[in-house]
Design a protein around this ligand. Structure first.
Ligand SMILES: [Cu+2]
Length: 282
């Protein structure tokens, strides 16, 4: 097993340590190899997802975002890892919208194939602190799951029909249509998959991104912006050289799927504002 445990999440997450964002340039040499994992820390620049800026307009704006199967190098010393991702980006594109702007998003399920991860169940008595599967056999039932997806905008004030409830998932070829009024104060929200009972698996596969609501009150604060504002999502991953591996127990069902996904998979860490351009490395 190669990597990994906790990772920093901007673009290319999996490293062997918790997220590190530094405001000062970090000299990559001398290179610091991580004992036991063989990955060099602080080697890769922090990658920032693309931004979708929704222009303010009196009429509703429309957006289509595809859930796609893709692959990405999570660390430059690892081979590409299979992922599911919004518009092919992991994390997904950062959506930037003004308060009160009506935004209608078609979240299109364009994924074919099966989950790009291997799920295992490891008993506590057999668990080790090392990354990997601890010798457990992959769960066949999880491997056979279809891409059944629904997007929840975490922290948004929405009506029930637009909230991405867990049972409202769609299969490949279908789209989930959601209308976001964005009638709330400026905030750093995040969107993620929310499908009943398999939220953690879908989110671990890569389905998460950030959504920023702006307003005049925030503008008046004159906070650092542009390249000086870095959206940051921190994820916890266990991966083999070519695929994600779910945490022990993450295949179990839970009705508290939203809370569950935050704990076991991914969560928004908000925005980091620096007086210098970001030089964080993962
Ligand atoms: Cu959530």
């Amino acid at each position: 097993m190669l990597s990994e445990g906790t990772s920093s999440q901007m673009p290319h997450p999996v490293t062997n340590d918790t997220a590190v964002v530094s405001h000062d340039p970090i000299d990559p040499a001398p290179v610091r190899a991580v004992a036991g994992l063989g990955l060099t820390k602080f080697l890769d620049p922090l990658r920032i997802p693309p931004v979708i800026k929704v222009a303010a307009h009196p009429k509703p704006r429309r957006l289509e975002i595809k859930m796609q199967a893709t692959s990405a190098k999570l660390h430059s010393e690892l081979p590409p890892t299979a992922l599911w991702a919004y518009d092919g980006h992991f994390p997904g594109p950062t959506i930037n919208v003004r308060r009160g702007q009506n935004l209608r998003v078609a979240w299109r399920n364009a994924i074919s194939g099966h989950l790009p991860l291997t799920a295992v169940e490891v008993g506590l008595q057999n668990a080790t602190p090392d990354p990997g599967r601890d010798g457990a056999e992959p769960l066949a039932a999880v491997a056979a799951l279809p891409p059944w997806l629904v997007v929840h905008l975490h922290g948004a004030r929405t009506g029930g029909g637009n909230d991405g409830w867990t049972e409202n998932a769609v299969l490949p070829g279908e789209a989930q249509l959601a209308e976001y009024l964005n009638d709330q104060p400026a905030a750093a929200l995040w969107y993620h998959d929310h499908a009943m009972a398999i939220t953690s698996l879908n989110v671990i596969s890569g389905l998460a991104g950030m959504y920023l609501i702006r307003d005049d009150e925030e503008d008046a604060l004159r906070l650092p912006s542009g390249t000086h504002e870095v959206p940051l999502i921190i994820c916890d991953r266990n991966s083999t050289p070519t695929s994600m591996a779910s945490s022990p127990g993450s295949s179990s069902t839970s009705r508290r799927s939203c809370r569950r996904s935050r704990r076991s998979s991914c969560r928004s860490a908000g925005r980091s504002r620096s007086s210098t351009a970001s030089s964080g490395r993962t």
